[in-house]
Design a protein around this ligand. Structure first.
Ligand SMILES: *[C@@H]1O[C@H](CO)[C@@H](O)[C@H](O)[C@H]1NC(C)=O
Ligand SMILES: *[C@@H]1O[C@H](CO)[C@@H](O)[C@H](O)[C@H]1NC(C)=O
Ligand SMILES: *[C@@H]1O[C@H](CO)[C@@H](O)[C@H](O)[C@H]1NC(C)=O
Length: 196
């Protein structure tokens, strides 16, 4: 009995330590990126007036979360490429493309969020976007070195990285937020004024 419990513990520990399956990682990251983008857009729409407070999970945390997932997947790949590919080498690239193509959508939501009135600090979002760009680049390079993705996918990766860098521009002001709350007029949001 004791031995069985011990074995179960060792097994579950091993599961978390050993490399995870790359396809599963990529699917989870794709889902996370689209959910996070939707979360940001929908709070901008529903709370675009004076009640606007930003997404339920702060933008900086959404960005840190996806960076951590990307870095963990990269670590899995570098720990054990066979476990990572799990006999599905060919499918990695297709799944990778779905993930990488979701990044610009996520970046655009964050960019728009930065231009809209927000009460979240700019600096942590700016810094986390920097790390995210580095994480995306490093993960793509690792997959490329492992010959799991093509040069075409690397070109898409570079585009995704620049979308993230572009999003940084809307969070680069030294103070927290654009100076004025936007006003809804005839259902359309007015300019978020106050570039410093
Ligand atoms: C919208 O703002 C209200 C008031 O600040 C807040 O209670 C609510 O959670 C926000 N809704 C969303 C979806 O962020
Ligand atoms: C990342 O987000 C998921 C839900 O989307 C959550 O379950 C998880 O705890 C988050 N991780 C971190 C480190 O915040
Ligand atoms: C992920 O890795 C990148 C590049 O190696 C690094 O800059 C970043 O700080 C890491 N992010 C997290 C959340 O671990």
């Amino acid at each position: 009995m004791r031995v069985a419990i011990f074995a179960t513990l060792v097994l579950s520990f091993a599961t978390t330590v050993l490399a995870s399956d790359g396809i599963t990682d990529l699917q989870a990251m794709t889902a996370f990126l689209s959910d996070a983008a939707l979360q940001i857009w929908s709070t901008q729409i529903t709370n675009g007036t004076s009640a606007y407070n930003g997404p339920v999970t702060p933008t900086m945390d959404l960005i840190a979360n996806i960076s951590a997932q990307i870095n963990a997947s990269k670590a899995s790949l570098e720990t054990d490429q066979n476990a990572f590919t799990n006999g599905q080498t060919g499918a990695i690239e297709t799944t990778y493309l779905s993930y990488i193509d979701t990044v610009p959508t996520f970046a655009q939501a964050i960019e728009s969020q930065g231009r809209t009135w927000h009460d979240e600090m700019n600096a942590p979002v700016f810094a986390n976007l920097q790390s995210l760009a580095a994480a995306i680049q490093a993960y793509g390079s690792s997959l490329r070195r492992g010959q799991l993705i093509s040069q075409t996918s690397m070109i898409r990766t570079i585009r995704a990285v620049s979308a993230v860098s572009n999003a940084q521009r809307s969070w680069d002001r030294p103070f927290n937020y654009p100076g004025k709350r936007s006003v809804m007029r005839n259902g359309r949001r007015g300019e978020a004024a106050g570039r410093i």
